[in-house]
Design a protein around this ligand. Structure first.
Ligand code: HEM
Length: 470
């Protein structure tokens, strides 16, 4: 039964709640249909537990920004919580552990490579490796599926663990496979069943695969941690792991939330979040650029003009490349990489758009609804950089651009992700011309659903961009 004053929604069934109102494999269309019927804030029952779904920029901003302290919790009783064993930062509830770890992550990432200069160097160095397999394919075709995962993973790996891995190294191959599989399981049909029907949780059903995957990620990560524990010199941090070990020394037992048993899941959180997001955005970008050659050419014209005589692109170049900026933002808008954000929960009894929302209610910010919202975009249903250009051709970012979410829980890797997207796309478009292979049939833009949206596998055909031809 809905609490008094709670947002409306379809009638729940005993035990199953509103499970039958949603497609288990991809509920996105159902979420949209229900918003059309019940309005921007409506409710569903995940088994016995009430949840609210926020749609559109007004509802999401009012909750996550204006009432941020009331809407910045995380649910603690889902499959993903069992997966991460209550550790790490992404799923930490609103409170001291989250606050201390988020602040530490932002500060350390900034000092340790997210500081503009050195991070740019790392991304450029990785680009060199990223372009090797592409160079080998000039005049032919290839599937770029793993390439961007490898690149993005290595960039964050260097910050966290102080090293990069060859793209054929068993570590990177296995960990990326485990991450991508878990990103699909975590929002998939078995996760919905696990969250809805607590009595099935101890049964040997397919969701147990994600627990085995996490255990294996930890095993892989622990060997890196052990190396660090053996070689760490206090006060001389080489990377994120060392910084955390220093922090542990510094804090002793001052009652803080820092603890050695937090460190592995914390690092895996950052590694996973930094891998499966940027890479899927890049994959979507390439898909759209190949199938919109006029947009690709307009990018290349601006790149050739603005970078003329420069050996390589720098992140500051974006300030005089409005078209490229608009294209990258449009890629992020259509990629909609984290379609339902990460679920939030209310930290106390609160109000939203006239509804009463009790403490502990699960909150699903439907970012998809904002990135496609009628009235917020000039061309919500097209791939069109004009969405980010004003009549003078200057870059302009509408307030509905929130692929990183908004409020205090907003993505903490935004700075890194934006730098990666700009430097990688500009460098690749400067060197190559990407085309849709003639024998590839019609492009399929409908992504595979999960915590992250992933384009279906496709091939690219590439030649050297004319300016790069010998
Ligand atoms: C295009 C790339 C990316 C997109 C679209 C993206 C999107 C998001 C979204 C939607 C959230 C949920 C925010 C919320 O709960 O309201 C999030 C959280 C998070 N992201 Fe990202 N992200 C990206 C890249 C990265 C990178 C590169 C990192 C690595 C440093 C990262 C680390 C995190 C972390 C740690 C959180 C949890 C923050 C918290 O709970 O306080 N993300 N991201």
């Amino acid at each position: 039964r809905r609490p008094k004053g709670f947002p409306p929604g379809p009638t729940p069934l005993p035990v199953l709640g509103n499970l039958l109102n949603l497609s288990l494999s991809n509920p996105m269309k159902d979420f949209q249909r229900l918003a059309e019927r019940y309005g921007p804030v409506y409710s569903l029952f995940i088994g016995p537990n009430p949840a609210i779904i926020l749609n559109g920029v007004k509802a999401i901003k009012e909750a996550l920004v204006e009432r941020s302290s009331e809407f910045s919790g995380r649910p603690q009783d889902l499959l993903v919580n069992t997966m991460t064993q209550g550790k790490g930062v992404i799923l930490a509830d609103y409170g001291l552990r989250w606050k201390e770890h988020r602040r530490f992550a932002l500060m350390t990432l900034r000092n340790f490579g997210l500081g503009k200069q050195s991070m740019e160097e790392r991304i450029r160095a990785e680009l060199h490796y990223l372009m090797e397999p592409l160079d080998e394919c000039i005049g032919g075709t290839m599937n770029p599926q793993l390439l961007f995962h490898n690149g993005a993973s290595n960039i964050i790996c260097q910050v966290l663990f102080g090293k990069r891995f060859d793209y054929n190294d068993p570590f990177i191959k296995e960990i990326i496979h485990l991450y991508t599989e878990n990103a699909k399981i975590a929002n998939g049909p078995w996760a919905m069943l696990y969250d809805t029907i607590p009595m099935i949780r101890n049964l040997p059903l397919p969701f147990t695969q994600c627990f085995r995957n996490v255990a294996r990620c930890q095993e892989l990560g622990n060997s890196l941690l052990k190396e660090h524990l053996d070689t760490h010199r206090p006060g001389q941090p080489r990377d994120f792991l060392d910084c955390y070990l220093d922090e542990l020394d510094k804090r002793g037992d001052d009652g803080s939330t820092f603890a050695l048993d937090q460190l592995m899941m914390f690092s895996l959180d950052l590694h996973f979040a930094g891998t499966d997001t940027t890479s899927n955005t890049l994959l979507t970008g390439l898909l759209y650029l190949m199938t919109h050659p006029d947009i690709q050419e307009a990018c290349q014209k601006e790149i050739d003009r603005e970078l003329e005589g420069k050996e390589q692109a720098s992140f500051d170049d974006r300030n005089h490349m409005p078209y490229m900026q608009a294209v990258i933002h449009e890629i992020q808008r259509v990629a909609n990489t984290v379609p339902l954000s990460v679920f939030h929960s209310t930290t106390k009894d609160t109000q939203l758009l006239g509804f009463s929302i009790p403490k502990g209610t699960m909150v699903i910010p439907n970012l998809t609804s904002v990135l496609n919202e009628e009235g917020q975009w000039k061309f919500p249903a097209e791939f069109n950089p004009e969405n980010f250009l004003n009549e003078k051709g200057d870059f302009e970012k509408p307030e509905a651009f929130m692929p990183f979410s908004t409020g205090p829980r907003m993505c903490l890797g935004e700075g890194l992700a934006r730098m990666e997207l700009f430097l990688i796309l500009v460098t690749l478009l400067r060197r190559y011309k990407f085309t849709w292979p003639v024998d590839a049939g019609e492009p399929d833009y409908i992504p595979v659903f999960g915590v992250t949206l992933t384009p279906k596998p496709y091939r690219i055909a590439l030649t050297l961009h004319p300016a790069e031809e010998p």
